[in-house]
Write a protein that binds this ligand. Structure first.
Ligand SMILES: NC(=O)c1ccc[n+]([C@@H]2O[C@H](COP(=O)([O-])OP(=O)(O)OC[C@H]3O[C@@H](n4cnc5c(N)ncnc54)[C@H](OP(=O)(O)O)[C@@H]3O)[C@@H](O)[C@H]2O)c1
Length: 273
């Protein structure tokens, strides 16, 4: 892999599934000396440092970006603790549903005059393999430098798109943040159906995974619309058409996917309140 220039230095707060996925990608790309605050992560090789609490962060450490990757409902305490130490920080939140206003309010509990710039992003776990998909939103007061640093971090682990309104981050969360889970579910269901049709479990698993990989590669590498790729596999009167008639019935996948995405967006809005 070609090494891109050194990424900005970060204080990563919370290194679980999502923080850990991004960290793997950043370490592979060359991250400026950074501090990771997490209760469980083992030590990392120098120049990076893992700490369990804020007090253990070296006094001289001034991160370019503080990345918030704890569970949304666990963030308030740590935000209030960060504020006196980093009152004017660039904060990049990957937390689902937490609005800039709610994060700022929690920050100011720790330091009433704190004035951080808060940029929101919604990455996904394929970031661990450099195949992430992230949406970003920056408020108008964010500088070009702050936006660039946040984008650099996320584009080091995959593709990025900017959205023009903060509310659209909930839509990004529902499509690409949670999206890998929908694809994994499809893999599970294809495997199960293969076994029902007489294949042994190992063969069904290989077929399901290989197919999703191959179709993903076609979507990634070809400019063709998904609908046209689908039509290209569908001969009139053939087997694919028989299956798609079931899946594409208006009360089947079209309705299920639309209802599922609405449920995810609504949940993100509930988390915000
Ligand atoms: N998972 C995804 O696919 C995904 C996708 C997009 C965005 N996100 C967002 O990413 C955020 C993190 O999700 P996750 O699934 O990665 O959660 P997670 O696996 O629970 O990771 C959070 C980590 O932070 C640690 N932590 C929490 N508070 C801490 C503190 N004050 N000091 C030190 N360590 C602390 C947690 O330890 P404890 O377990 O001991 O609390 C845990 O190790 C969420 O806000 C979520 O909305 C996740």
């Amino acid at each position: 892999m070609t090494k891109s220039p050194l990424l900005p230095s970060i204080l990563l707060v919370g290194c679980g599934k999502m923080g850990g996925a991004m960290l793997e990608g950043w370490l592979a790309h060359g991250l400026a000396p950074s501090v990771i605050m997490d209760r469980h992560l083992p030590e990392l090789p120098a120049p990076h440092r893992v700490v369990r609490t804020l007090d253990a962060i070296p006094a001289e450490f001034k991160p370019d970006v503080i990345l918030l990757a704890v569970k949304p409902q666990k963030a308030n305490g740590v935000l209030a603790e960060l504020a006196p130490r980093f009152p004017n920080a660039t904060l990049l939140s990957v937390m689902a549903g937490r609005t800039i206003a709610s994060l700022l309010k929690a920050y100011r509990v720790g330091h009433a005059a704190a004035s951080p710039i808060i940029i929101r992003s919604m990455p996904n776990t394929p970031s661990a393999l450099g195949a992430g998909m992230s949406g970003l939103y920056a408020p108008p007061e964010a500088s070009e430098k702050q936006k660039k640093q946040c984008e650099q971090l996320l584009s080091a682990v995959g593709e990025t798109v900017w959205v023009a309104q903060e509310g659209l981050i909930d839509s990004v969360a529902a499509i690409s943040g949670s999206g890998p889970a929908y694809v994994f579910l499809l893999a599970e269901l294809l495997e199960q159906a293969g076994v029902e049709q007489g294949l042994d479990a190992k063969t069904a698993r290989t077929l399901a995974r290989g197919t999703i990989y191959g179709a993903g590669q076609m979507l990634h590498q070809l400019p063709t619309d998904a609908a046209e790729l689908r039509r290209n596999v569908t001969s009139p009167g053939g087997t694919t058409e028989a299956a798609l008639k079931v899946l594409m019935a208006s009360d089947a996948w079209p309705q299920a996917v639309s209802t599922a995405i609405s449920a995810a967006v609504n949940r993100a809005k509930e988390l915000a309140s």
